[in-house]
Write a new protein. Sequence first.
Length: 185
Amino acid sequence: MPFYETELRGVFIFEPRVYDDERGFFYESYNQGDFNKYGISNNFVQDNHSYSKYGVLRGLHYQLEPYAQAKLVRVVHGKIFDVAVDIRPGSPELGKWAGVELSSENKKQVFIPAGFAHGFLVLSEYAEVIYKCDNFYHSEKSMGIMYNDPEIAVKWPEVKGGYILSEKDKTNPSFGEPASGKIRR
Protein backbone atom coordinates (compact mmCIF):
# COMPACT_ATOMS: atom_id res chain seq x y z
CA MET A 1 0.00 0.00 0.00
CA PRO A 2 1.77 3.24 -1.09
CA PHE A 3 2.01 5.90 1.63
CA TYR A 4 2.70 9.56 0.82
CA GLU A 5 3.43 12.18 3.46
CA THR A 6 1.80 15.55 2.82
CA GLU A 7 3.43 18.92 3.44
CA LEU A 8 2.33 18.52 7.08
CA ARG A 9 4.47 16.18 9.17
CA GLY A 10 2.47 13.14 10.21
CA VAL A 11 -0.41 13.56 7.73
CA PHE A 12 -0.24 10.71 5.22
CA ILE A 13 -2.22 9.83 2.10
CA PHE A 14 -2.66 6.14 1.35
CA GLU A 15 -3.40 4.69 -2.05
CA PRO A 16 -4.37 1.06 -1.61
CA ARG A 17 -3.58 -1.53 -4.22
CA VAL A 18 -6.91 -2.28 -5.89
CA TYR A 19 -7.54 -5.58 -7.63
CA ASP A 20 -10.14 -5.11 -10.38
CA ASP A 21 -11.66 -7.73 -12.61
CA GLU A 22 -15.00 -8.47 -14.31
CA ARG A 23 -16.58 -9.25 -10.89
CA GLY A 24 -15.74 -5.90 -9.31
CA PHE A 25 -12.83 -4.96 -7.08
CA PHE A 26 -11.06 -5.89 -3.86
CA TYR A 27 -8.65 -3.94 -1.71
CA GLU A 28 -7.29 -3.99 1.80
CA SER A 29 -8.51 -0.76 3.40
CA TYR A 30 -6.47 -1.21 6.57
CA ASN A 31 -3.55 -3.41 7.58
CA GLN A 32 -1.94 -2.52 10.89
CA GLY A 33 1.37 -4.08 9.83
CA ASP A 34 1.62 -1.78 6.80
CA PHE A 35 0.76 1.26 8.90
CA ASN A 36 3.34 0.31 11.54
CA LYS A 37 6.05 0.38 8.85
CA TYR A 38 5.38 4.12 8.54
CA GLY A 39 5.40 4.75 12.27
CA ILE A 40 1.61 4.76 12.59
CA SER A 41 0.74 2.48 15.48
CA ASN A 42 -2.57 3.96 16.58
CA ASN A 43 -5.09 1.70 18.23
CA PHE A 44 -8.38 2.59 16.53
CA VAL A 45 -11.33 2.29 18.94
CA GLN A 46 -14.25 3.87 17.08
CA ASP A 47 -15.54 3.94 13.49
CA ASN A 48 -17.75 6.81 12.34
CA HIS A 49 -19.90 6.83 9.18
CA SER A 50 -21.43 10.04 7.83
CA TYR A 51 -23.79 10.73 4.95
CA SER A 52 -23.78 14.27 3.57
CA LYS A 53 -25.34 16.00 0.58
CA TYR A 54 -23.63 18.09 -2.09
CA GLY A 55 -22.20 21.32 -0.70
CA VAL A 56 -22.16 20.21 2.95
CA LEU A 57 -19.04 21.43 4.70
CA ARG A 58 -18.26 19.77 8.02
CA GLY A 59 -15.54 21.27 10.19
CA LEU A 60 -13.07 22.24 11.16
CA HIS A 61 -13.39 19.88 14.17
CA TYR A 62 -11.07 18.50 16.84
CA GLN A 63 -11.07 17.36 20.48
CA LEU A 64 -9.00 18.78 23.31
CA GLU A 65 -6.49 16.68 25.23
CA PRO A 66 -6.61 14.16 26.69
CA TYR A 67 -9.26 13.18 24.12
CA ALA A 68 -7.56 14.33 20.92
CA GLN A 69 -8.20 11.89 18.07
CA ALA A 70 -6.14 10.57 15.21
CA LYS A 71 -8.32 9.68 12.22
CA LEU A 72 -8.09 7.46 9.16
CA VAL A 73 -10.58 8.85 6.62
CA ARG A 74 -11.98 7.28 3.45
CA VAL A 75 -14.99 7.71 1.16
CA VAL A 76 -17.18 4.72 0.30
CA HIS A 77 -19.54 6.67 -1.99
CA GLY A 78 -19.05 10.01 -3.70
CA LYS A 79 -16.29 12.60 -3.53
CA ILE A 80 -15.04 15.07 -0.91
CA PHE A 81 -12.28 17.62 -0.41
CA ASP A 82 -10.71 16.63 2.91
CA VAL A 83 -8.66 19.07 5.01
CA ALA A 84 -6.30 18.75 7.98
CA VAL A 85 -5.08 21.83 9.88
CA ASP A 86 -2.07 21.67 12.21
CA ILE A 87 -3.07 22.96 15.66
CA ARG A 88 -0.19 21.39 17.60
CA PRO A 89 1.14 23.96 20.08
CA GLY A 90 4.70 24.95 19.20
CA SER A 91 4.62 23.21 15.81
CA PRO A 92 6.53 25.01 13.05
CA GLU A 93 3.51 24.15 10.86
CA LEU A 94 0.93 25.58 13.29
CA GLY A 95 -2.02 26.97 11.33
CA LYS A 96 -0.98 25.37 8.03
CA TRP A 97 -3.34 23.06 6.18
CA ALA A 98 -3.25 20.22 3.67
CA GLY A 99 -6.12 19.11 1.46
CA VAL A 100 -6.77 16.08 -0.69
CA GLU A 101 -9.65 14.85 -2.82
CA LEU A 102 -10.94 11.53 -1.54
CA SER A 103 -13.49 9.53 -3.50
CA SER A 104 -15.00 6.11 -3.86
CA GLU A 105 -13.38 6.10 -7.29
CA ASN A 106 -9.77 6.92 -6.31
CA LYS A 107 -10.04 4.98 -3.01
CA LYS A 108 -7.39 7.20 -1.38
CA GLN A 109 -7.38 7.53 2.38
CA VAL A 110 -5.83 10.15 4.64
CA PHE A 111 -4.32 9.61 8.07
CA ILE A 112 -4.64 12.67 10.32
CA PRO A 113 -2.77 12.44 13.62
CA ALA A 114 -4.00 13.89 16.92
CA GLY A 115 -3.26 17.60 17.11
CA PHE A 116 -5.02 18.47 13.86
CA ALA A 117 -8.40 19.97 13.11
CA HIS A 118 -10.33 18.13 10.39
CA GLY A 119 -13.05 19.04 7.94
CA PHE A 120 -14.43 18.11 4.54
CA LEU A 121 -16.61 19.45 1.75
CA VAL A 122 -18.90 17.20 -0.32
CA LEU A 123 -18.29 17.59 -4.08
CA SER A 124 -20.65 14.87 -5.37
CA GLU A 125 -24.45 14.52 -5.17
CA TYR A 126 -23.83 12.93 -1.79
CA ALA A 127 -20.94 11.27 0.00
CA GLU A 128 -20.57 8.58 2.60
CA VAL A 129 -17.43 9.00 4.66
CA ILE A 130 -16.03 6.43 7.08
CA TYR A 131 -13.28 7.26 9.50
CA LYS A 132 -11.52 5.36 12.22
CA CYS A 133 -10.64 7.20 15.44
CA ASP A 134 -8.09 6.25 18.07
CA ASN A 135 -10.00 7.92 20.90
CA PHE A 136 -13.66 8.05 21.84
CA TYR A 137 -15.86 11.06 21.16
CA HIS A 138 -16.28 13.41 24.14
CA SER A 139 -18.81 16.15 23.48
CA GLU A 140 -17.48 18.35 26.28
CA LYS A 141 -14.02 18.36 24.64
CA SER A 142 -15.32 18.74 21.07
CA MET A 143 -14.15 22.02 19.52
CA GLY A 144 -14.16 23.78 16.19
CA ILE A 145 -12.50 26.50 14.16
CA MET A 146 -14.39 28.50 11.55
CA TYR A 147 -13.97 26.91 8.14
CA ASN A 148 -13.13 30.24 6.48
CA ASP A 149 -10.67 31.55 9.07
CA PRO A 150 -8.53 34.16 7.27
CA GLU A 151 -5.37 33.21 9.18
CA ILE A 152 -5.58 29.56 8.08
CA ALA A 153 -6.98 30.44 4.61
CA VAL A 154 -8.09 26.99 3.43
CA LYS A 155 -8.76 27.11 -0.31
CA TRP A 156 -12.08 25.24 -0.32
CA PRO A 157 -13.45 24.39 -3.78
CA GLU A 158 -16.44 26.45 -4.85
CA VAL A 159 -19.82 24.73 -5.01
CA LYS A 160 -23.05 25.85 -6.68
CA GLY A 161 -25.43 27.38 -4.15
CA GLY A 162 -22.75 27.89 -1.50
CA TYR A 163 -21.70 25.80 1.46
CA ILE A 164 -24.19 24.11 3.77
CA LEU A 165 -23.08 24.29 7.39
CA SER A 166 -24.53 23.10 10.69
CA GLU A 167 -25.58 25.78 13.15
CA LYS A 168 -22.58 24.84 15.30
CA ASP A 169 -20.13 25.17 12.40
CA LYS A 170 -21.60 28.57 11.46
CA THR A 171 -20.52 29.88 14.85
CA ASN A 172 -17.13 28.22 15.31
CA PRO A 173 -14.55 30.70 16.63
CA SER A 174 -11.52 31.86 14.70
CA PHE A 175 -8.16 30.14 15.00
CA GLY A 176 -6.73 32.52 17.59
CA GLU A 177 -9.82 32.92 19.80
CA PRO A 178 -9.75 31.31 23.26
CA ALA A 179 -13.13 29.67 22.53
CA SER A 180 -11.39 27.53 19.90
CA GLY A 181 -9.73 25.54 22.68
CA LYS A 182 -6.96 27.95 23.59
CA ILE A 183 -4.64 27.01 20.76
CA ARG A 184 -1.26 28.30 21.84
CA ARG A 185 1.33 29.48 19.40
